[in-house]
Design a protein around this ligand. Structure first.
Ligand SMILES: Nc1nc2c(ncn2[C@@H]2O[C@H](COP(=O)(O)OP(=O)(O)OP(=O)(O)O)[C@@H](O)[C@H]2O)c(=O)[nH]1
Ligand SMILES: *[C@@H]1O[C@H](CO)[C@@H](O)[C@H](O)[C@H]1NC(C)=O
Ligand SMILES: *[C@@H]1O[C@H](CO)[C@@H](O)[C@H](O)[C@H]1NC(C)=O
Length: 476
């Protein structure tokens, strides 16, 4: 889904050019100084909106020292390597990548940037995932001098594996430069040797273009540029509200679909893999489903609630289409925004249609599960008549509603019902809890997701790349 507010990014505060009495100027200066000291991300103190966050883990969060050390010791971090790696190699860093937003809004962009780097024959500079504070499983202290606690971040290799996070390319493309860390980029491409490209000089001309035109525009630029080291910089706010190379407006529209063919077949997609940490968490919890061979009997459903109760109304208000790969025309359960309504408001009938598809009731969920199981049995060429009796619910819901949901599903013949809340995760595994859920949903025989969710869309991507058939991918 599109976030309702813009993520803040550093270095965007420009003092307004005011010609007013001196006293006003002085107050503004004081306000700016106070902002820098207290509020601004790298300021001295951190100001929290939620002082009493509930549902957070106790103790201090894990630091991932091992993973960072592992990333640093990757073999491509060696300046003596021959072209296109080493000190004569070609590199691209996207400093305009989204930060402080949900993992899945970040993930789709990270993968597309890595694919662009590959197509441009440059090493992709991979960066930590920086959390949206509300989603981080630990509370963020009111005041702290510790930068990690203030803006928690997670090494990419804890969340995903494959060439995007530093793994090797396959043999067909072993001549391609491997992804490197920011730290190595700083060494092999010191600032004095970088060409900076600001998105404001490229994006305005292609803002409405289809995904493939956007991709090829950047690809031509990056391929033909003689500079070894390129860094893409975000246009300063408010020039662009989403200064990403592949931005939220693109992800939320059908314009993205022109990229599916090349992206889904790319080594970036084919070699994308589950991280060892996520795999360890899945393995640890498999006994809940009846062991590692239960995925053939499993249906997984993404029940997005919590913040989605408000979000679904916003989606209706703005007449939103499904998100990204959920829009692929060969998938069942297409959603076409109903006609009617006006800019920024929709009719009550249309809003009801949105709520039905975005925030289904417990009864609708049971009904949909039954239908999806029947449709699979009837149309699948992959499942060979295996009966589904294991249900996994991926959800940010909890409490009574969820307990009742489990009972309803059991009454409807699902003999095993497990939810996100039932998983046992250690601290490190809890940090990547969303990726753990996603991987269980990737493996399940059928998946039902929320068409507006980027979380769902990235599961759809992995399932299709794995070769799962469209009838096994459903939406509310
Ligand atoms: N483990 C788990 N967490 C979820 C689920 N749904 C939502 N969440 C929580 O919500 C956060 C945001 O979800 P993401 O999908 O990663 O973020 P997003 O980019 O906002 O995604 P969408 O809102 O779905 O488009 C996650 O980090 C979790 O804290 C779920 O099914 N399982
Ligand atoms: C760096 O690369 C060179 C050239 O391939 C190789 O000889 C050397 O052993 C590598 N260094 C390390 C630390 O791997
Ligand atoms: C919503 O989208 C539909 C289909 O694209 C269109 O017919 C309708 O007029 C749109 N409504 C608004 C309020 O933009």
């Amino acid at each position: 889904m599109l976030p309702r507010w813009r993520p803040t990014s550093t270095k965007e505060l420009a003092p307004p050019a005011l010609r007013r009495p001196r006293r006003l100027l002085l107050s503004i200066l004081i306000a700016i100084v106070l902002f820098w000291v207290f509020v601004q991300p790298n300021g001295l103190f951190f100001y929290r909106r939620e002082l009493f966050p509930k549902d957070k883990r106790a103790g201090s969060p894990p630091r991932f020292k091992e993973q960072w050390r592992w990333q640093e010791s990757l073999p491509q971090h060696n300046t003596s390597l021959p072209y296109p790696e080493g000190k004569t190699g070609r590199y691209i860093k996207f400093s305009n990548q989204v930060t402080r937003l949900g993992w899945n809004n970040a993930l789709n962009e990270i993968l597309m940037n890595a694919h662009l780097a590959y197509a441009s024959e440059r090493a992709y500079v991979f960066q930590d995932y920086v959390w949206k504070p509300e989603y981080y499983p630990w509370a963020i202290p009111f005041m702290t001098f510790d930068r990690f606690r203030r803006w928690p971040h997670t090494p990419l290799s804890a969340l995903i594996a494959g060439p995007t996070a530093g793994g090797p390319w396959d043999t067909d493309s072993s001549h391609m430069p491997r992804s490197v860390t920011e730290k190595y980029f700083d060494k092999v491409c010191p600032p004095s040797e970088r060409r900076l490209i600001n998105t404001k000089d490229i994006k305005p001309a292609i803002n409405e273009a289809s995904g493939i035109v956007i991709f090829e525009t950047w690809q031509r630029l990056l391929l033909s540029a003689p500079e070894r080291c390129i860094e893409i910089e975000a246009a300063p706010w408010p020039a662009e509200s989403y200064p990403q190379t592949f931005d939220l407006y693109l992800w939320g529209s059908e314009r993205i679909l022109s990229l599916w063919d090349s992206f889904s077949k790319s080594p970036t997609s084919r070699l994308l893999a589950t991280s060892p940490l996520v795999n360890s968490a899945v393995a640890r919890n498999e006994h809940l489903f009846g062991g590692g061979d239960s995925y053939d009997r499993m249906m997984a459903m993404h029940i997005r609630r919590g913040d989605f109760k408000g979000a679904c109304l916003e989606l209706a208000r703005w007449n939103s289409t499904f998100y990204s790969w959920n829009l692929l025309p060969f998938l069942p359960d297409k959603f076409t925004p109903p006609p009617g309504g006006s800019w920024g408001s929709n009719t009550p009938e249309n809003t009801a249609v949105y709520l039905e598809r975005c925030l289904p009731s417990s009864e609708d969920i049971v009904w949909k599960a039954r239908r999806a199981r029947e449709d699979l049995a009837r149309h699948s060429t992959q499942t060979h008549g295996t009966q589904l009796d294991v249900m996994y619910l991926l959800t940010n819901e909890e409490g009574e509603w969820l307990d009742a949901m489990k009972r309803l599903l059991k009454n409807d013949g699902w003999s095993t019902v497990v939810t996100s809340r039932d998983l046992a995760l250690n601290d490190e595994q809890a940090v990547v809890g969303m990726a753990v859920d996603m991987d269980i949903a990737r493996r399940a025989a059928v998946f039902i997701g929320n068409g507006w969710s980027s979380f769902t869309s990235n599961i759809v991507h992995r399932r299709l790349v794995d070769g799962k058939e469209p009838i096994s991918i459903r939406f509310w």
